[in-house]
Design a binder for this molecule. Structure first.
Ligand code: NG6
Ligand code: CA
Length: 508
């Protein structure tokens, strides 16, 4: 481990006199760019050990910043991770925070503290570009009218979003309160129940598909790909999957350009590398590791564009840049796209076991790179950190006080994030249906009922009827359950997990 020294007082030196002159609170307000990728696993990028897939831009970011080896998404799937990230509350405390359909209602109550609401109050311009998947409106929104509440009602000034996922209808972007590019003469209808509209489905017309589903994903066909859910209309507004990365990156870059003169927060939630994987022609076949490798390389290009924009606008020294993922990797997530057959030795989870959906560590231990503002001694950090900690940490960064009832599970780990400290939180709850607890070297997985292997994705769930204990220092691949050898540690961790579950907050 390379020793780290915290960044210089560059920001303070630059910003404090300005702030004082303007009569503002004397707190530096670096821009914050959070690149939140989808389903990128611990072993999917070069700086975490990938050798076949090439990610030069992400690797460069790590080489000039801090690469975390023990940082986690709050859950092993998307919706609960995003809920926890934005609110600072573990999603398992709330019903209805599982993977949502594309017409679900907004699950973050307007008015509650979120990262964007906090930063907006601190004077930031707040933008959300990319995957949302937290519901919109009161449920079953009218896609032809004003769609709210949504990102704008929970703290974002600007939003350009995919409502749910690439594989769920409606396959259109929503800009602020409206579907972008919609022709009112061709209204959109959406259903997650009965089929609506007369458009062909994958189930009835497999001959129309450019990629066949392996599980589900056989409803309305959009752009030659059948989705989850039915939609009709909105033809002029439909996205072209091969262009999504370009479209979102352009919107993210524009947001940065437009707000270059004031502190801004950009939440850039990429569609890559979620299914359906449909790389642009520039990246198709580029990786030698199949289509999944190709979309990783496409993602790397997106990261490079963001970094280049910050450099071009001379914002690099004044920006905290984070790159991470919402959950671990999956290879077959419902389409026969050749990802499994063409892995070519690439290991999406690196040395970790499991993957997306799994209580094994590959479910939530994800790539996590921070490039702090100012100058930092680059390094690798083993600090234990959860994305649920961003709220309290960004509050500390910008000199905001969190209200008592805000961010109940969010710890201020700012010194760890900035490389000033080698430690983060003391313990962390992982969520994959059942809960696990990491404390120090130990990981406890609570007993649960369910399949040991998730048949549709070929991933070990690690759900077992007996308690499990792993020594992550000795056995990061969680191969040897040592619960029987350390009953006192099992008891301690099971007790702590119960306490955390019973108390509505864990924030110190
Ligand atoms: C699953 C989908 C999967 C993916 C996932 C959500 C099937 C068979 N599987 O239900 O393809 O969409 O939900 O992924 O439909 S996440 O990253 O948004 O959590
Ligand atoms: Ca995901």
């Amino acid at each position: 481990m390379i020793p780290m020294r915290r960044f210089t007082n560059h920001l303070s030196r630059v910003l404090l006199p300005l702030a004082a002159a303007a009569g503002l609170a004397a707190t530096p307000k670096p821009n914050i760019v959070l690149i939140y990728t989808d389903d990128v696993g611990y072993g999917d990028v070069g700086c975490y050990g990938a050798t076949r897939v090439k990610t030069p831009n992400i690797d460069k970011l790590a080489a000039g910043g801090l690469r975390f080896t023990n940082a986690h998404s709050p859950s092993a799937t998307c919706t609960p991770s995003r809920y926890a990230l934005l609110t600072g509350e573990y999603a398992w405390r709330r019903k209805g925070t599982g993977v949502l359909p594309g017409d679900a209602k907004l699950i973050i109550a307007p008015g509650r503290e979120t990262i964007p609401s906090l930063l907006r109050r601190a004077g930031y311009a707040t933008g959300c570009v990319g995957k949302w998947h937290l519901g919109l409106g009161e449920g079953h929104p009218d896609w032809n009218g004003e769609i709210k509440p949504g990102p704008l009602e929970i703290g974002f000034d600007y939003a350009f979003i995919m409502p749910a996922t690439g594989d769920r209808v409606p396959c259109v972007f929503v800009e602020n309160h409206r579907v972008a590019g919609l022709d009112p003469a061709d209204p959109i209808q959406v259903s997650y129940g009965k089929q609506i509209g007369g458009e062909p489905t994958g189930r009835e017309h497999p001959e129309l598909l450019k990629v066949k589903p392996s599980h589900g994903h056989d409803n309305t066909i959009v752009n030659g790909i059948s989705r989850i859910g039915f939609m009709s209309g909105g033809k002029s507004a439909r996205w072209v999957d091969e262009d999504i990365a370009d479209t979102l990156t352009r919107k993210a870059v524009t947001f940065i350009e437009q707000h270059r003169d004031r502190p801004f927060f950009l939440y850039f939630a990429t569609h890559d590398i979620h299914v359906p994987r449909a790389p642009h022609a520039r990246f198709a076949g580029s990786s030698g590791c199949g289509i999944r490798g190709d979309v990783i390389q496409q993602l790397d290009w997106c990261v490079g564009e963001i970094v280049a924009t910050l450099d071009r606008l001379k914002l690099t020294d004044d920006t905290l840049l984070v790159f991470t993922s919402d959950n671990g990797p999956v290879v077959d997530d419902g389409y026969r796209d050749g990802a499994v057959e063409n892995l070519n030795g690439h290991k999406p989870g690196g040395p970790l076991r499991g993957g997306k959906y799994s209580a094994f560590d590959a479910g939530t231990r994800v790539p996590f790179i921070v490039r702090p503002p100012g100058h930092v001694e680059p390094g690798v950090s083993d600090a234990l950190i959860s994305q649920v900690d961003f709220l309290a940490s960004f509050a500390a960064l910008t000199g905001q006080k969190l209200a008592e009832d805000a961010g109940p599970d969010s710890f201020n780990v700012l010194p760890g994030l900035l490389g000033e400290s080698k430690t983060g939180r003391d313990h962390l709850v992982e969520h994959a249906g059942i809960l696990s607890l990491i404390k120090g070297r130990w990981k406890y997985i609570e007993p649960g009922k369910g399949p040991k292997v998730l048949a549709n994705v070929h991933i070990e769930s690690r759900i077992a009827p007996e308690p499990q204990l792993y020594d992550l220092n000795e056995d990061v691949g969680e191969k040897r359950n040592v619960a029987a050898e350390h009953p006192e540690i099992v008891k301690e961790l099971a007790g702590l997990l119960e306490k955390l579950r019973d108390h509505p907050r864990s924030r110190p």
